[in-house]
Design a protein around this ligand. Structure first.
Ligand SMILES: *Cc1c(COP(=O)(O)O)cnc(C)c1O
Length: 376
């Protein structure tokens, strides 16, 4: 018998999510096309209502990306030149870009070695008198230490902004994230737990005046057609994307439940291997496993074993933000944020999406367990 190359295990498979929703989405897209209401059409308002209800926030606003959502929140709060905004060194670069785009200065803090998320003690150490806001990132879908962070922020009189771009549907002490800070930013980039068919994003907030500012800022600062009260931008959510998101939103909780089941399977299968799996969420915290990030001191050898076995993986993120060339001008050399720097060298993200099959999962864990024996 000829030896067969095993089929690929993709890091992410959007086709498998699309297939069962295909007819419903086609109908929704056709409805928008037939209406020709491509900009701020009825589906945008409907999605905003439905998303706000699902999160439990007073307002939701559709915007063109998660980065835009963060940027507009800062602008809406009046944060700009002369102001500092604190954020974790371990995040996707957009968490910092939004600060630079608003003309403010990003200030970094380090993360907790167990959760990989913003460490409240480091926040205390790095807050400056110019700091107007702290951006907490619920990175990988894990909820951050919100109680501790809110306490620090209240004491120092700064806003807490949630970057919830990886944490759709996650809860903290029984309440959905996105309702804890002054506002939260969401990305509906296709690979996120709730993803559109292109770039899309949203803001949730309970604050009426911030919401009104954001309504204007995302649409050229207009209060009415050609009445421009602020310098805004083209930051609106497309009606087509809103229509797609409306079909997908009702499935978010069951998709997250599937992600949790897959995470539990990984955890059991890798328990006695050399691979360090994510620490389980602490009481009151939650994890919706946007990414399943494991660690191993010989990351490149693990990566090679996966590649040889046609298994996809990711690195989230290979370089902490303060060490990227884009932020070299801040002059924060090696050792500035040691936990973030150490994590970056050892992390690796395994295939994780609700439709990941048991046989594919076993392929991944077999390779990782075998790898551990050889290297050990
Ligand atoms: C995806 C993401 C963003 C940015 O979202 P876009 O829609 O790609 O602009 C911001 N922060 C985090 C943590 C993200 O994962």
């Amino acid at each position: 018998m000829m030896s067969q190359m095993p089929d690929k295990v993709p890091f992410l498979d959007l086709h498998s999510q699309l297939a069962p929703l295909r007819d419903e989405i086609d109908t929704a897209i056709r409805r928008v096309v037939d209406s020709c209401g491509f900009v701020l059409g009825e589906d945008v308002r409907a999605f905003e209502r439905e998303f706000a209800a699902s999160i439990g926030s007073r307002h939701a606003l559709g915007v063109d990306s998660g980065t835009s959502a963060l940027h507009l929140i800062l602008r809406g709060l009046g944060i700009g030149p002369g102001d500092d905004v604190l954020l974790p060194a371990n995040s996707f670069i957009a968490s910092a870009e939004c600060v630079s785009l608003a003309g403010a200065q990003p200030i970094f803090a380090d993360v907790d070695p167990e959760t990989h998320l913003l460490d409240p003690a480091s926040v205390e150490r790095h807050l400056t008198p110019q700091t107007k806001a702290v951006i907490v990132v619920h990175l990988f879908g894990r909820t951050a230490a919100l109680d501790e962070l809110l306490t620090v922020c209240r004491r120092r009189g700064v806003h807490l902004i949630e970057d919830a771009c990886q944490a759709h549907g996650a809860t903290y002490r029984g309440r959905r994230v996105g309702t804890f800070g002054i506002a939260a930013a969401w990305s509906f980039y296709p690979g996120k737990n709730l993803g559109a068919f292109g770039d899309a994003g949203g803001v949730t907030t309970d604050d009426d005046s911030l919401f009104q500012a954001l309504v204007e800022l995302r649409d050229h600062g207009q209060v009415r057609k050609y009445e421009h009260h602020r310098i805004g931008c083209t930051g609106r959510l497309d009606t087509l994307q809103a229509a797609v998101l409306r079909v997908k939103l009702p499935h978010l909780d069951s998709w997250n439940a599937a992600r949790r089941r897959i995470a539990a399977r990984y955890e059991t299968s890798l328990r006695d291997s050399e691979i360090s799996t994510p620490a389980p969420p602490r009481p009151g915290e939650d994890h919706v496993y946007h990414l399943y990030v494991v660690r191993h001191p010989q990351r490149s050898a693990v990566a090679q074993a996966l590649t040889e076995n046609q298994i996809g993986f990711g690195l989230h993120y290979p370089v902490p933000i303060h060490r990227t060339p884009a932020y070299a001008h801040l002059g924060q050399g090696p050792g500035s944020f040691p936990v973030s720097e150490r994590l970056a060298g050892g992390i690796l993200s395994l295939p994780m999406y609700p439709e990941l099959t048991e046989s594919h999962l076993e392929r991944v864990t077999d390779v990782l367990r075998r790898f551990s024996l050889v290297s050990g």
